[in-house]
Design a protein around this ligand. Structure first.
Ligand code: PLP
Length: 455
């Protein structure tokens, strides 16, 4: 049988030098041919190309934060295969299933592709008109225009595309600590120098300290000028939510310095406190200096579905008068081909009244978890921040190393957290807990932590 298979491989033109070690059935070979499988080739000795590595990648630490957490978790599991199940309060990934009405939108989007009359192929790179309109009207109350909305495959990807647009010549400012994508993409673009081992800060990035001493809002008067200011509220990782007065100060600062604010509102629907802005465009003057990135990921459990958007008002202009929107449109039409049509149908369903009500229910569930985690960690003797209007609880370790505490909790409570140092030097001495786990897991994690810290 094996000899027949090899003879057949040769006859079909497969690489004759490669002799498979596992027996092949003739059926497998003919199926592979039918499906245009690539031909197998013999393994080559390792060689390098003559291509010079982009030096900016050498400036970054080896891995992005969240895969590194997963690697350490897996290493612990491999060394302790009989351990009790690990609970993840780590990466901010949603766990509740997509609710009925929103799911029906996704199903409709998929079904339309199976029908000659409703089939669609490539769509507008900026997103479907109906979705852009619904975002502008339902989420921004008409504060922005539909054609100022760019629908995309998520906020993370949009941040990277904004960086592509800004290029290497700008200086970026970030809250410290902050979502690592702002700094890492600035480094990849070549905006920075090397990291200073003494401060763990990249040269040519403006770090805006955000910690309990300043109520997690930077003293803007003390900061050097930056071209682009990344600002996230509700904040990942601190859980801090900027007040209207703070956002007014931020917009005034940007206008005075001639900067552009990239406002990350990925956690906006967690805001429940009356009067706290959910969008930077609620602030007067923001239309001339602010961009907002946003996403259905956390709103509707779309972390795997992938749908986000970026708003760039017509009034945001570069020093030479060019509208920023014009250049972002160029990026989107060149380096993006539109969000999936199935997924955009899901986005339309999110913004129906029934979908918005479902989003509210999801937020309630995670907000309730955040309270459980916050009270739980406080009962262990720690001071904690966030967890109100936000799915993240930021635990003050009072000077202890955050990676050491991460390991202590993983090894002794089998709970995954995120060390604050992963979000920038200002995060050292803190630990982030994510409320996106199932409620039972949050409760179990609290009882394990109480056991660990009361012992
Ligand atoms: C602050 C912030 N912005 C953006 C994102 C990414 O959103 P998306 O899933 O839309 O790429 C995350 C994800 O955790 C986040 O925390």
């Amino acid at each position: 049988m094996r000899a027949t298979a090899i003879a057949l491989l040769a006859a079909l033109g497969a690489a004759s030098a490669f002799v498979p070690s596992a027996p092949l059935s003739t059926g497998a070979v003919s199926t592979a041919r039918k499906h245009h499988a690539v031909n197998m080739v013999a393994a080559e000795p390792a060689v390098t190309t003559a291509v010079k590595r982009n030096a900016n990648f050498g400036k970054l630490s080896a891995g992005y934060l969240f895969p590194e957490i997963g690697r350490r978790r897996n290493a612990y599991l491999a060394a302790n295969p009989d351990t009790r199940p690990i609970i993840s309060l780590g990466i901010g990934d949603t766990t509740l299933p997509i609710p009925e009405h929103i799911l029906s939108g996704l199903q409709k989007g998929a079904s339309q592709l199976g029908n000659k009359e409703t089939y669609s192929g490539y769509g507008a790179e900026q997103g479907q008109g109906a979705l852009r309109e619904k975002i502008a009207n339902k989420l921004y109350n008409g504060l922005i225009k539909p054609d100022e909305v760019f629908v995309s495959d998520g906020a993370k990807c949009d941040i990277a595309r904004l960086q592509m647009m800004f290029g290497a010549g700008v200086v970026s400012a970030v809250q410290d600590p902050s979502y690592p994508v702002y700094v890492d993409t600035s480094v990849m673009m070549g905006q920075t120098g090397l990291v200073d081992p003494a401060t763990s800060q990249f040269d040519n990035i403006v770090y805006m300290p955000c910690n309990p001493t300043n109520d997690f809002f930077p003293d803007l008067s003390k900061l050097p000028r930056a071209d682009v200011i990344y600002f996230c509220s509700p904040n990942n990782p601190t859980g801090a939510v900027a007040t209207r007065a703070q956002l007014e100060a931020l917009v005034a600062h940007a206008k005075k310095q001639g900067s552009i604010v990239v406002f990350d509102a990925a956690y906006a629907p967690f805001i429940r406190t009356p009067g706290v802005p959910k969008s930077i465009f609620e602030i007067e003057g923001a239309r001339s200096c602010c961009i907002e990135v946003n996403s259905f990921s956390k709103y509707a459990g779309f972390t795997g579905v992938r749908l986000g958007w970026t708003v760039i008002p017509d009034d945001v202009k570069y020093a030479d008068g060019t509208p920023v929107r014009q250049d972002f449109n160029r990026v989107m039409t060149t380096a993006f081909n539109g969000a999936s049509n199935i997924v955009q149908a899901g986005g339309l369903a999110c913004l129906d009244d029934a979908g918005l009500a479902e989003i509210n229910n999801l937020m309630d569930y995670y907000l309730d978890n955040a309270v459980i985690l916050k009270k739980g960690i406080e009962s262990c003797g720690f001071k904690a921040y966030g967890g109100l209007d936000s799915p993240y609880v930021f635990v003050d370790l009072e000077g202890k190393s955050s990676w050491d505490m991460f390991s202590n909790i993983l090894e002794n409570a089998q709970v995954v957290t995120i060390p604050g140092a992963g979000f920038g030097p200002g995060g050292e001495g803190f630990l982030r807990l994510s409320a996106f786990a199932p409620k039972e897991s949050c409760k179990e994690a609290v009882s394990r932590l109480q056991e660990l810290f009361k012992a």
